[in-house]
Design a protein around this ligand. Structure first.
Ligand code: FAD
Length: 312
């Protein structure tokens, strides 16, 4: 039985299924979908173009997640020091270190929201992007205790590099005398590496004061030897352990007067820097000033063309 034509036409308009499309989709609806798709695509492109991707390369503004690849103990008593190797995020561009300055990086402590500076050692091999740090554990120190307690594979957040000391211009025939106390050997080796790499005429002499000889052995000695092998005859490192008389004014005066250093950097604990070059300070605008030249060096360099710099 078939419905009368009039009724069938009404039923179809109300949309009751007849097994066929009731009517073509309205034109307005198609435009709506096209507009929505276009707006979504535009928003996606804008998001892609203007939302900064999380930086995977070391930079001075934001912290980049490195991984603690290894922790090599060097000495335990009376000073606890270790060499920590931190690997960059996979696929990251090499860290933007400059050949003209001694530089540091900051590490963030995730629990107490503090950051401390550390000085990378020269790269272990050409093009090696890992950052290697010589760290001393301070018994009551927040950051160093945190770093020493980390298991390999842990994330360590780094920011930097930050410039700490301007080296002589490339190709300068400079003679750098570096008085390093404890982990001050890290900036000393970085300074020597950059200076000697920049200029075939330059030479470096490092006097390294340590609380005991063990601090200068193992992985620390390997760092020194590797650099000396790279620059035969141009890098001298003398270890001066406290129980063996420490760093002697006669050795320092030989570096100034006979060897002819034209630049001297002093880096170590406050008392060490004050003894050799006078105290640093005061603090101005968040930066510690050099302070007057004093101490042993104040008398030694008088009347000579020697630049003295005090590093933290
Ligand atoms: C440019 C730069 C480069 C550096 N490079 C290196 C490096 O290569 N290697 C390295 O090991 N260090 C380096 N340092 C030092 C480093 O930044 C830290 O200062 C160091 O590791 C100690 O930090 P911390 O948080 O463990 O100790 P902190 O918590 O800052 O304590 C510092 C000292 O104060 C004492 N102390 C803390 N709290 C108290 C308290 N309540 N009462 C009394 N004493 C207290 C601690 O025992 C410790 O001796 C560098 C510093 C600078 C500025």
């Amino acid at each position: 039985m078939s419905l009368p034509r009039q009724i069938l036409s009404r039923v179809c308009r109300r949309g009751i299924s007849t097994g066929r499309p009731v009517s073509p989709p309205p034109r307005r609806s198609r435009r709506f979908y096209i507009a929505t798709f276009a707006a979504g695509a535009a928003a996606g492109i804008a998001y892609y173009n203007f939302t900064p991707a999380p930086p995977s390369r070391l930079n001075p503004d934001t912290f980049t997640p490195y991984t603690l690849a290894s922790h090599t103990p060097i000495s335990t008593r009376p000073t606890e020091t270790s060499l920590l190797t931190l690997s960059p995020p996979a696929g990251a561009a090499p860290p933007p270190f400059s050949p003209t300055h001694v530089q540091s990086v900051e590490i963030k402590h995730p629990q107490v929201q503090i950051a401390r500076h550390y000085t990378p050692l020269p790269p272990a091999a050409e093009g090696d992007a890992a950052i290697r740090l010589l760290v001393k554990r301070e018994p009551a120190g927040e950051m160093s205790r945190y770093l020493f307690a980390l298991a390999t594979g842990a994330t360590v957040e780094l920011r930097g590099p930050h410039e700490e000391y301007a080296l002589p211009p490339p190709d300068a025939a400079s003679k750098l005398l570096f008085l390093a106390g404890g982990t001050g050997i890290a900036p000393a080796l970085q300074a020597a590496y950059k200076l000697l790499e920049n200029s075939a005429e330059a030479e470096a002499r490092v006097l390294w004061a340590v609380r005991h000889r063990g601090e200068s052995q193992g992985a620390a000695a390997a760092e020194v030897e590797r650099l000396q092998a790279r620059y035969p005859g141009r890098l001298e490192v003398e270890v001066c352990p406290d129980p063996e008389g420490g760093m002697k004014p006669g050795t320092v005066s030989d570096g100034v007067q006979r060897w002819g250093a034209d630049r001297i950097v002093v880096c170590g604990p406050d008392g060490f820097v004050a003894y050799w070059a006078g105290p640093r300070g005061p603090w101005v605008g968040g930066r510690e000033q050099q302070g007057e030249l004093g101490g042993v060096l104040g008398g030694l360099v008088e009347g000579r063309e020697v630049e003295v710099w005090k590093m933290s």
